[in-house]
Design a protein around this ligand. Structure first.
Ligand code: NDP
Length: 266
C-alpha cells in the first residue's frame, strides 16, 4: 500500500488522516496516511527518512511549509507565489512542491458558499504564512481589490512588495465596505480576541480560516460588527486536502460528504 503522511510539529491535532482515509474509502484507493512528528530542527532528516522507507507523498503543516519549499526540486505556481509548500508529490526521482491552501480557500468560497470573487472587495486580516499562501489564488479570481490589515504593519508592506499588484493595498480603516472579510490571523487559535475594529465586517461575508474552538473569536467579532454571514475554515481544510489527494492519486474525491463527516465528529 502507498504510504502518505502529514508532517508538522505539533501534529497530533491534525484532522488530515481522517480526511484522507475518507477520500481513500470513497475512491477505493489502497493507501495509508499517518501523522509524522518532525522534531524542531529535524524536518529534512525526518522527511528524507520517510521517503527513503518508501513514502509516496507528504502534506506539510506548521511550522515547516517554508522549509519544504526550500527542500523540493521543483515548485508549482501556487507554491512559488506563496513561498511555501503544503504538498510534496514524488515524480520519478524528483520531488515537486505544491501549495493547495489558496485554491482550497477559493473553492470553498466559490463552490460551497456561492460567492463571486470577480469584482469583489476583500479584506484579509493577517499577513503571516496563511495570508501569503492565499493571495495568489485570490488575485487569480479577478477581485476589484484586496486590502490587508495586520497587527504588525511591516509584514503588510512585505506582502505588498512581494506581490506587486495594483489591486493589493493596506486596509483603509475609513473605507469599511467589504464584500468578504477573511481572517488569516492565528489570534483565535491562540485564545486571543481579534484586535481590529469590528465595524470592518459590516454587511460582509466573514470567512475564518481557523476552525473548531479557534473559530470562536472571529465569529464573535464578525457578529459584533454586523457581518451578514460567518463560516469557519473546515471547508478550506477539506478542499486543500482533496486537491492534494488528486495530485497524488489522479482522482478527485467528493468533498461534501467528508466535510459533513468531520462536522458530525466535531
Ligand atoms: P503565522 O504564524 O504565519 O501568522 C500568524 C498571523 O496571525 C500573523 O499575521 C500575526 O500577526 C497574526 N496574529 C497572531 N496573533 C494575533 C493576535 N493576537 N491578534 C492579531 N493578530 C495576530 O500563521 P498562519 O498564517 O500559518 O496561520 C494563520 C491561521 O490560519 C491559523 O489559525 C491557521 O490554523 C489557519 N489556517 C487554516 C488553514 C485551513 O485549511 N483552514 C490552512 C492554513 C492556515 P503579526 O504579524 O502581527 O504577529
Amino acid at each position: 500500500m502507498d504510504r502518505y503522511a502529514v508532517v508538522g510539529n505539533p501534529v497530533a491535532h491534525s484532522r488530515s488522516p481522517e480526511i484522507h482515509a475518507a477520500f481513500a474509502r470513497q475512491t477505493a484507493q489502497a493507501l495509508t496516511y499517518e501523522r509524522l512528528l518532525a522534531p524542531t530542527g529535524r524536518f529534512v532528516p525526518t522527511i528524507e527518512a520517510f521517503f527513503a522507507s518508501g513514502g509516496a507523498g507528504l502534506n506539510v503543516t506548521l511550522p515547516f511549509k517554508e522549509e519544504a519549499f526550500a527542500w523540493v526540486d521543483e515548485r508549482d505556481e501556487f507554491a512559488a507565489s506563496a513561498g511555501a509548500v503544503n504538498t510534496i508529490v514524488k515524480v520519478g526521482a524528483r520531488f515537486r512542491g505544491c501549495n493547495t491552501d489558496g485554491l482550497g480557500l477559493v473553492r470553498d468560497l466559490e463552490r460551497r458558499h456561492g460567492l463571486v470573487l470577480a469584482g469583489a472587495c476583500i479584506l484579509v486580516l493577517g499577513a503571516g504564512g496563511a495570508a501569503r499562501g492565499v493571495l495568489g489564488p485570490l488575485l487569480g479570481r479577478a477581485p476589484a481589490r484586496i486590502e490587508l490589515m495586520n497587527r504588525n504593519a511591516g509584514r503588510v508592506a512585505t506582502l505588498l512588495e512581494r506581490f506587486e499588484d495594483p489591486r493589493l493595498a493596506p486596509a483603509d480603516e475609513a473605507s469599511r465596505a467589504y464584500d468578504i472579510v477573511i481572517n488569516a490571523t492565528s489570534a483565535g487559535t491562540q485564545g486571543e480576541p481579534i484586535p481590529f475594529d469590528a465595524r470592518l465586517a459590516r454587511g460582509a461575508f466573514a470567512y475564518d480560516m481557523a476552525y473548531g474552538v479557534g473559530a470562536q473569536a472571529f465569529s464573535e467579532w464578525a457578529a459584533r460588527g454586523g457581518a451578514r454571514r460567518t463560516v469557519d475554515g473546515l471547508g478550506m481544510l477539506v478542499e486543500q486536502a482533496a486537491l492534494a489527494f488528486a495530485l497524488w492519486r489522479g482522482v478527485a474525491p467528493e468533498t461534501d460528504p467528508v466535510l459533513a463527516q468531520l462536522r458530525a465528529a466535531q
